[in-house]
Design a protein. Structure first.
Length: 366
């Protein structure tokens, strides 16, 4: 009888062990699935951020916030070398510590990591110890993972995550964090092109208008407040003729008067830029083609009715009454939808105007 009871108990124990093993595997399976789904969601949030209308520096900060929230990281800091100095681009660490964090490349403990492009893990073993790079702080971070960042084998900075616990990353799979690092690099590479565009915005000397690059940065923040907008591009069809018939100074005067008139005629929500040479662009934010066409007709008529007095070679206006310079404008309109490629709409309008007959002087919707 006792033997039977022992066998029964052993069988029950074995059964429970098998059951617990099966349950554990299922839990781990669900955990792995959940981790994968979380990873996909974080990657989606990354890509959504890249497509959003905001300056590059704000995008990098938002990406860092996604990392902190998505992976439950205590501290995350992204430092980029700007060609002159190392700059903290994003961090949830108090700013008083940024000077230390932006000089980690000088720390002996991280130099080998940078040289070999491999992560470096550091931690303390007692509460009264400091991490090697800590100077004035004590107790904020007890462990850290350092990841050098490279674009096409060119070192561009680093990403460091920190924890307030000792040995916080002992059993962590760094492969997951290396994937995040790769995503940071890919996204920074993408948005760095936007940074180039933002930094190339210039003011035109004569019209005092922003250059076309403005449309893809600050201008787009205004445009994308609305679902639909109308993009208008026009060309001074006879600007070259005016320059030849009178002089370049008169052509410049045409640009000044035309630009001043349009700036006074349109809302501050509309973006007006000198696109290139004799071409200008206006984005009527939140307005469809039907709402723009009549307005453009009035602008076109009023500008073409202008009598622009020629400028003499010494830049003084003549006392006589010479033949006035008259402007001819060729307009093209198209629709822009929020989230689509604004540059493609502008390219289509530019191509149309460049290929239009020189004598064309109308308003076309394409």
């Amino acid at each position: 009888m006792i033997i039977f009871i022992i066998i029964l108990l052993v069988s029950i124990i074995i059964g429970l062990i098998v059951y617990n093993t099966v349950v554990y595997k299922k839990v781990q399976s669900f955990k792995n699935l959940n981790d994968k789904l979380s990873g996909y969601q974080i990657l989606k949030d990354f890509m959504d951020t890249v497509g959003e209308t905001m300056p590059v520096d704000e995008k990098i900060k938002k990406i860092n916030d996604i990392i902190i929230e998505g992976y439950k990281i205590k501290y995350s800091t992204i430092v980029i070398f700007n060609g002159n100095t190392y700059e903290v681009k994003a961090s949830n660490v108090q700013e008083k510590h940024w000077e230390v964090l932006s000089n980690l490349h000088n720390e002996e403990i991280f130099k080998d990591s940078i040289t070999t492009a491999t992560p470096k893990y550091v931690t303390v073993n007692a509460e009264n110890e400091r991490l090697p790079y800590q100077i004035i702080e004590f107790g904020r971070a007890k462990s850290a993972l350092f990841f050098p960042l490279y674009i096409d084998n060119v070192y561009i900075g680093y990403w460091i995550i920190e924890s307030g616990e000792m040995h916080a990353f002992d059993n962590i799979d760094t492969a997951n964090f290396e994937l995040i690092r790769d995503n940071i690099v890919s996204i920074y590479k993408t948005v760095s092109y936007q940074k180039i565009v933002e930094s190339t915005v210039r003011k035109d000397l004569y019209s005092e208008l922003n250059s076309a690059e403005y449309l893809y940065g600050e201008g787009r923040k205004v445009i994308d407040k609305y679902t639909i907008s109308t993009v208008c591009m026009f060309r001074i069809s006879n600007l070259e003729e005016i320059n030849q018939k009178f002089n370049r100074e008169t052509g410049n005067e045409v640009i000044i008067q035309l630009s001043d008139y349009i700036k006074q005629s349109i809302s501050s929500e509309y973006i007006f830029v000198r696109y290139m040479g004799p071409k200008f662009a206006i984005v009527f934010s939140g307005i469809d083609n039907d709402g723009v066409e009549e307005f453009v007709k009035d602008i076109k008529k009023n500008i073409e009715d202008m009598q622009i007095e020629p400028i003499t070679n010494n830049t003084k206006k003549t006392k006589k009454k010479p033949v006035a310079a008259k402007v001819k404008l060729n307009f093209a309109l198209s629709t822009y939808y929020k989230g689509t490629a604004l540059e493609m709409v502008l390219e289509k309008l530019e191509k149309y105007l460049d290929n239009a007959p020189e004598e064309e002087n109308s308003i076309s919707i394409i």
